[in-house]
Design a protein around this ligand. Structure first.
Ligand code: ADP
Ligand code: MG
Length: 487
């Protein structure tokens, strides 16, 4: 039953199966302190330096809800166009693990703070809506460290008690590409809202990936496996491909799928069984007697609604309508707040079409090459708009602009100064151009005669020669005009 791992389900020619995916995303709430204690949440601190008595679960310690985290969860719910539940309940989810000193995690089970919502995906062939089942607040656990010592496991409780939002999707996703778009969109919405930084390297965003397969056209879903705690989009996609194939192989060989919890081994690129799937009753959920049900008023929710910024979907719509961008361009430019701010700053003082092309083309490529984010861009929005204006008013050609751009990437310099210092100004003086052109025609007498006797293709040759002699600085439109006249 061994199959070549590169033989992906998605690429199978006789592909009669469909993969069904639902994600449980764990998003760390952006907050200075933890969900039920005042300890810091700062990433990267020395182990066990951000642990209060509550986080260490000393007997008698009482949790106190952090209002800011509640606000963050509600804002996220609003961003997901979801129902906000005015009454929610914190439950204890009981299990034993070395990095869980309480012996239970405070979570929300039957009554989560946020109910059903939706996320819109921008796929190449159009938009797709993915349902959100719920969003609930819960504590993160500590971290077991297995690789510092051959015999011992260490426990770091800094993360213990940090607020997480678990965002559960409906089983609406159908491919690794949709999962990619979904996680990116979710992250983008939360970054706009400032409710989760989405930093996957630091573990601020990770997901349990539920995968099942079924014959195309079937109504019922197949049995799912849940792949735990995947912390990069690439790994999610690889895990889904592997897992879907594994399930198809089993079904094709006449076996059934066991509902189980699996791990994705990123080195071997395969999923492995961890344990059979636990059910809710295994956790003995019950309302935490230390915490009252959480009730929020309409005013409280309305106030938060009024603080919600323009989100990516709305911004995209505005960019398309107001600036006449294509859906593709708009999707790219709204993908994060920094990019859209940069774009809007550039176009305050320059041409929209040119700005769009320069940002999506040149700037993104250059930043990518240097591995920089847009907020780290050596070229400020103001200077990029100056560069665009130099092209627009004919001071430099588009080609020369690329040279100026390269100089600007080296440090934040005023493009006008670069043009002056390097003598890159476009030659637009008709007299000077005429002199150049006369010389080129003179040097190429024979070709000029051929041209005049009908070999019009030679026109391009003359343009090229003039540009070459001018060091690329001749104004192409003028060159064309004068050449036509002279030839
Ligand atoms: P649990 O805690 O048992 O995993 P949840 O309700 O929190 O249950 O999450 C279940 C997740 O599994 C949801 O994201 C849901 O969309 C997804 N899911 C449910 N059924 C299937 C299925 N047949 N195939 C794939 N995903 C599924
Ligand atoms: Mg689950």
């Amino acid at each position: 039953m061994s199959k070549d791992k590169s033989e992906y389900l998605i690429n199978r020619k006789d592909n009669q199966y469909e993969v069904v995916i639902g994600l449980e995303v764990h998003a760390q709430v952006t907050s200075e302190s933890k969900l039920f204690s005042t300890s810091s949440t700062k990433f990267g601190a020395e182990p066990n330096t951000q642990v209060s008595l509550v986080d260490a679960a000393l007997p008698g310690m009482l949790p106190v809800i952090n209002e800011f985290c509640v606000k963050q969860a509600i804002k996220t719910g609003i961003g997901l166009k979801a129902k906000i539940n005015k009454r929610s309940v914190f439950d204890r989810k009981n299990y034993f693990y070395a990095d869980l000193p309480q012996g239970y995690q405070i979570s929300q089970f039957k009554d989560p703070i946020v109910g059903e919502g939706k996320v819109i995906l921008d796929m190449p062939d159009g938009q797709k809506e993915v349902g959100i089942e719920r969003l609930h607040l819960e504590q993160d656990a500590g971290k077991s460290i297995h690789d510092l010592d051959p015999k011992n496991t260490f426990v770091d409780l800094n993360r213990s008690g940090v607020a997480l939002m678990e965002i559960v999707s409906k089983p609406d996703l159908r491919s690794p590409d949709e999962v990619n778009a979904y996680v990116k969109k979710l992250r983008s919405i939360m970054r706009y809202l400032g409710t989760c930084d989405g930093n996957m390297q630091e573990g601020s965003l990770r997901a349990d990936v539920n995968v099942s397969v079924r014959k195309k056209g079937t109504k019922e879903f197949g049995t799912r496996c849940e792949i735990k705690n995947v912390n990069s989009i690439k790994f999610m996609q690889m895990a889904i491909e592997y897992e879907a194939n594994r399930q198809v192989d089993l079904i094709e060989d006449g076996h059934s799928i066991d509902q189980e919890t699996r791990l994705f081994d990123t080195k071997k690129n395969e999923t492995r069984s961890m344990r059979s799937k636990e059910d809710a009753h295994d956790y003995r959920y019950f309302p935490d007697p230390d915490l009252l049900p959480l009730e929020v008023s309409d005013d409280f929710i309305e106030k938060l609604k009024s603080e919600i910024p323009e989100l990516p979907d709305e911004k995209k719509k505005r960019f398309i309508e107001k600036f006449k961008l294509s859906p593709y361009e708009a999707t790219i430019l709204v993908s994060d707040n920094e990019t859209s701010n940069y774009f809007e700053n550039v176009i305050k003082k320059s041409d929209v079409k040119l700005a769009t092309n320069w940002i999506i083309g040149e700037l993104f490529a250059a930043l990518n090459e240097k591995n920089l984010e847009i907020i780290e861009s050596p070229i400020s929005a103001g200077n990029l708009s100056k560069l665009i204006n130099l092209i627009k008013d004919g001071t430099i050609s588009g080609k020369i602009a690329k040279t100026v751009f390269e100089h600007m990437m080296e440090g934040d310099k005023d493009p006008k100064k670069i043009v002056e210092e390097k003598g890159l100004k476009q030659e637009s003086d008709p007299k000077a151009l005429e002199a150049l052109i006369d010389k080129v025609i003179d040097d190429n007498r024979e070709k000029a005669t051929e041209y005049k006797s009908g070999k019009v293709k030679l026109f391009g040759f003359f343009v090229g020669q003039v540009m070459k002699v001018s060091g690329g600085k001749a104004n192409p439109q003028l060159v064309n005009k004068i050449l036509k006249k002279k030839l």
